[in-house]
Design a protein around this ligand. Structure first.
Ligand code: FES
Length: 254
């Protein structure tokens, strides 16, 4: 097959083009950004750039620690930019004309991002991830009925949550704590949890109060909903929820 390649795009122009293309996608990719959880370096001819997933930024490489690094011929990337290829795992990685290294385990979220370089695809996979981590379900933990998914990064609290005698729940994923009597997060601002004492849950009067308390307190789902699409630099020092996502194979077969 004859592959018609385009002129090589100069490094500064290539960086600006990829920045304008990928940053809006990164801002829509909250789950993917958390799942990648670090910087990925791309050496493309004379361009040396990083994609900073936690911060949703594309910029020149400046010596930061990276979890993955790719070296790809500039003419191949230029052709993909010209053709606005939305699946680089197909158009570049199947070509075998690249080199890759990584510091940790294979990251399915990174591969998924590089397969989904359009708004439609990103929205599809983000919606899929949201459906897998529904936060509306409650679970019994000790004497408490608590939302099953951690308000931080959605760990399954039936596995990671522990409640002490004072009604303080600790999620072992990142050791954040919540006062279950008030639902308040004791580790950071925001991130309330939905919780009811089990004897209250069976008392119709307390049930009504619990429903009222939930109604006046913004749920973690709505709090996150308002964050969707926002830059989240505070997440950069947060470990990716690998244990949780290990069960997810992703919506796209790689
Ligand atoms: S996922 Fe629960 S504290 Fe981070």
């Amino acid at each position: 097959m004859l592959l018609l390649r385009t002129r090589v795009i100069p490094p500064a122009e290539m960086l600006e083009t990829l920045k304008a293309w990928w940053e809006p996608l990164l801002k829509k990719s909250r789950t993917i950004r958390l799942g990648v959880g670090g910087c990925v370096r791309f050496k493309i001819g004379d361009l040396d750039m990083v994609v900073d997933f936690p911060r949703a930024k594309v910029r020149e490489y400046a010596g930061e620690e990276c979890i993955y690094w790719y070296t790809i011929p500039a003419d191949l990337v230029s052709t993909n930019i010209r053709d606005r290829e939305i699946d680089w795992s197909n158009s570049i990685f199947l070509s075998m004309q690249f080199q890759v290294g990584r510091s940790g385990k294979f990251n399915e979220f990174l591969t998924t991002f590089l397969k989904c370089l359009s708004v439609d695809r990103i929205e599809y996979v983000e919606n899929w991830y949201q459906e897998q981590t529904d936060q509306t379900e409650d679970a019994e933990i000790g004497d408490w009925l608590v939302q099953r998914r951690c308000p931080h990064l959605r760990a399954d609290l039936t596995k990671t949550g522990k409640v002490d005698e004072d009604g303080v729940l600790t999620c072992s994923m990142h050791d954040w704590k919540w006062d279950l009597k008030t639902g308040r997060c004791l580790s950071t601002s925001g991130h309330p949890i939905r919780s009811t004492k089990i004897d209250e849950a069976t008392d119709p009067v307390q049930q009504e109060f619990g429903a009222f308390r939930s109604a006046i307190r913004p749920s973690s789902r709505s709090a996150e909903g308002s964050e969707r699409g926002a830059d989240l630099p505070q997440l950069s020092d947060t470990a990716a929820p690998e244990a949780e996502y290990a069960v997810n194979q992703g919506p796209v077969q790689i």
